[in-house]
Design a protein around this ligand. Structure first.
Ligand code: MG
Length: 310
């Protein structure tokens, strides 16, 4: 087994001023974190979580490894929140997948309401169960899934990283198969798009992770883009991992705090870099650029017309 193509995209969406999601797309590790908290604390929490996971790198294996790195991320966020009153109460979700290419096992660790899905043999299955108020109300029969989708408290989560000194990590293993396509996303995707629409977009993109990730973000924005949207996709393929794999993660010098304090005092950039990995301008950024070009062309035309008519 080997990890095939992979891609990650994050986007602020159409309603939020900041992007408080972060993601990792560093084979064999893939993860999404969706931060929460006042001021810029949510962004700090999500970036701390992503930073800890990235540091853990290839040393980590299996369910125990995934659990250990999520517990470490919890400790780091909790301690930061204690030390810095501006970030008190911050937290983040995390959903992480760690692939063992030798065994084909995909270990998934999960806290909160970011999700992992698997597209296998044409059907999309939600692998994680949200740690959310509405998910609990659905499982106890108080709400139907349809009512949960419209519930005003649908974004309230019952487990988070960094809000308590201890965290309860849900962890399980999927036996991977060649052709599997895994999707990890923040709630900004499923709150905007039904699972059937997600599956259709993956198939329409011919299961190409890069194309599909962009298409999913664009589709969520077309539906309103009410939250930050983050999508990480990777596929499993037949064959041996290339000799240089898994070398995607080069351990960097250990930086205790990947989010320097003074960064939070800077004036807020229009588009905040939410991801420690790759990210683009996103659909919103491209739309703004297109609008700017169209406006410039129209103004130039008017000036030219005015010049000629004189
Ligand atoms: Mg969210």
């Amino acid at each position: 087994m080997r990890i095939g193509r992979a891609a990650g995209v994050t986007d602020t969406g159409r309603r939020r001023l900041r992007n408080e999601d972060a993601f990792i797309c560093e084979p064999p590790l893939f993860a999404v974190a969706d931060g929460m908290g006042g001021a810029r604390a949510g962004e700090v929490a999500a970036r701390l979580a992503a930073g800890v996971l990235e540091e853990a790198g290839v040393e980590t294996k299996g369910e125990q490894g995934v659990t250990a790195m999520i517990i470490e991320a919890n400790r780091r966020i909790w301690e930061r929140a204690l030390a810095d009153p501006a970030t008190a109460g911050m937290g983040t979700t995390v959903t992480a997948a760690l692939v063992d290419t030798d065994s084909g096992a995909v270990a998934i660790g999960h806290v909160g309401d970011s999700r992992a899905y698997l597209l296998r043999a044409g059907s999309l299955e939600q692998l994680t169960t949200d740690h959310s108020l509405v998910a609990e109300l659905v499982s106890s029969g108080v709400l139907t899934p349809e009512e949960a989708e419209r519930h005003p408290q649908r974004s309230a989560i019952t487990r988070a990283l960094g809000t308590e000194p201890e965290v309860d990590v849900e962890v399980f293993t999927i036996t991977g198969e060649p052709g599997d396509l895994y999707l990890i996303c923040s709630d900004g995707l499923p709150t905007m798009l039904a699972d059937s629409a997600v599956a259709a977009a993956l198939e329409a993109a011919d299961r190409d992770p890069a194309v599909a990730a962009e298409a999913l973000v664009a589709a969520a924005n077309r539906q309103g883009g009410e939250d930050n949207i983050t999508v990480v996709l990777f596929e499993l393929a037949e064959g041996e991992p290339p000799a240089h794999e898994p070398a995607a993660i080069v351990p960097e010098p250990v930086v205790d705090d990947p989010v320097p304090q003074e960064r939070e005092l800077e004036p807020e950039p229009e588009v905040s870099p939410a991801s420690l990995s790759r990210h683009g301008a996103g659909a919103g950024g491209r739309l703004a650029a297109l609008a700017f070009i169209v406006a410039a062309v129209v103004i130039a035309g008017l000036v030219l017309y005015w010049g000629i008519s004189k």
